[in-house]
Design a protein around this ligand. Structure first.
Ligand code: GCO
Ligand code: MG
Length: 418
């Protein structure tokens, strides 16, 4: 069936490539067309990847074949509404992979980078931040000094509290661009317990110590929804004098109302949103200016099309972007960030995951980080490809839950937000 809009390239096939070059389950959509061109997109939902694969194979593949690949917005809305029940992780991630692949195709068909289709770039490169973790401020600052020599100025800092399931404090590995904290520690079946009180005091103490060691660097800390919302207000107030670049996810999405309390009581810039879904989920955050930085997980919101709309809406409210750029987003998703950041006037900063040589081999043309900045290239489409033979060298690793996270329990045995 040809799309009623007509014209353009026809979609002839949808392929799914599952690969884990760094032990993180990545899912890539590849759309082929009758023009001979193909496009790729990231559909990574690292905890439940096989559900996204099923949605793509069983539903969106038959839904798309025969449609006009240039009718991107039309396809997004048709897919988003095709399940009636909508706005969930599985379908949004599947739609995102297709949406990005369609934008990639559009750019390739016109021989232009995607940002050039949307008004062109407004900056020369993108400011970034990298992950740094350690046992205390001194150890973290030692790593920061090394990364500063590579040109980085902004750091997400997480402290590994002994015998605690400290978020973001897993082991690290070296890349050509510096040390990168691993993410797959989250899959260990025997997660340490959590102690909110200990986290609160220790993290405050070490953030203060870090700021006294270095008054210049941009410091970000991700609370990762790990403290009670009433205490999140106190935590945001307590760090107010440290001049953080932002404090991230102080509360869970279920407690979004507390962001209004934080805004009323502190000047600490808040970044929030990686756990939200459809654009409408951000309405209150943006319209009431509850955040300084808009965090979106580009595959969780359904891809590049909604990302453009959210970034533009945030611009009207003076909110900057800080899209979610962890290891469980493929270099294709990171490339989409590069185009979004290139064209967005209210771009704030881009979280990056320093890719390994294994990842670079699977994804030729991955975004380049030079002197701490994400470079903007002018290759057609999103400018990154996938080497399917190399991808096949890194199948999803075995795991008791196929990638789903084991629970983390508080010191009283109750399950906490992950
Ligand atoms: C971040 C995020 C991630 C998430 C991960 C979930 O700020 O980078 O919090 O680290 O925990 O993407 O799978
Ligand atoms: Mg986060």
């Amino acid at each position: 069936m040809v799309n009623p809009i007509g014209g353009g390239m026809q979609i002839t096939d949808l392929k799914i490539i599952c690969t884990a070059p760094d032990g993180i389950r990545l899912t890539i959509v590849k759309l082929e067309t009758d023009s001979g061109l193909n496009g790729i997109g990231c559909a990574t939902f690292t905890q439940f990847p096989l559900t996204v694969v099923s949605a793509l194979k069983n539903y969106f593949k038959p839904f798309l074949i025969g449609r006009d690949a240039e009718a991107i917005t039309d396809a997004w809305h048709a897919m988003y509404l095709s399940g009636y029940w909508r706005n969930g992780s599985v379908l949004n991630n599947a739609i995102a992979g297709i949406d990005q692949a369609l934008w990639d195709l559009k750019g390739k068909a016109l021989g232009k980078p995607v940002y050039a289709l949307l008004g062109g770039k407004v900056r020369n490169d993108l400011a970034t931040y990298v992950h740094v973790n350690g046992a205390n401020a001194s150890e973290v600052h030692g790593k920061i000094i090394q990364l500063k020599e590579l040109g980085f100025d902004n750091f997400r800092v997480q402290f590994a509290i002994p015998n605690l399931a400290s978020y973001g404090s897993g082991l690290s590995f070296q890349t050509k661009a510096g040390e990168q904290t691993r993410q797959d520690y989250r899959l260990a079946l025997n997660q340490a317990p959590w102690n909110e009180d200990l986290y609160f005091e220790f993290t405050l103490q070490e953030l203060r110590a870090l700021r006294s060691l270095d008054g210049e660097i941009g410091i970000i800390h991700d609370v990762h929804e790990r403290i009670a919302p009433t205490r999140a207000v106190a935590f945001a107030k307590a760090v107010e004098d440290l001049g953080l670049l932002f404090l991230e996810d102080p509360v869970a999405p279920e407690h979004i109302e507390y962001l209004a309390d934080i805004k009323a009581r502190t000047t600490t810039p808040i970044a929030f949103g990686e756990l939200l879904n459809a654009p409408s989920d951000y309405n209150r955050l943006i319209s009431e200016r509850l955040i300084a930085y808009l965090r979106c997980h580009i595959t969780q919101i359904g891809g590049f099309t909604p990302a453009l709309k959210l970034a533009s809406t945030a611009e009207s409210f003076g909110i900057k972007t800080a899209f979610h750029g962890p290891g469980d987003l493929s270099p294709v998703g990171h490339a989409a960030h590069m185009h979004l950041g290139a064209l967005t006037p209210n771009f704030g900063i881009q979280e990056i995951y320093l890719q390994s040589e294994r990842s670079d081999a699977v994804f030729p043309g991955s975004p380049e980080i030079r002197a701490g900045k994400m470079q903007i290239n002018d290759r057609p489409g999103f400018g990154v490809e996938i080497d399917e033979e190399a991808a096949a060298q890194f199948p999803y690793p075995d795991h008791a839950f196929n990638g789903a996270w084991p629970e983390i329990r508080s010191n009283d045995g109750s399950i906490i937000k992950p």
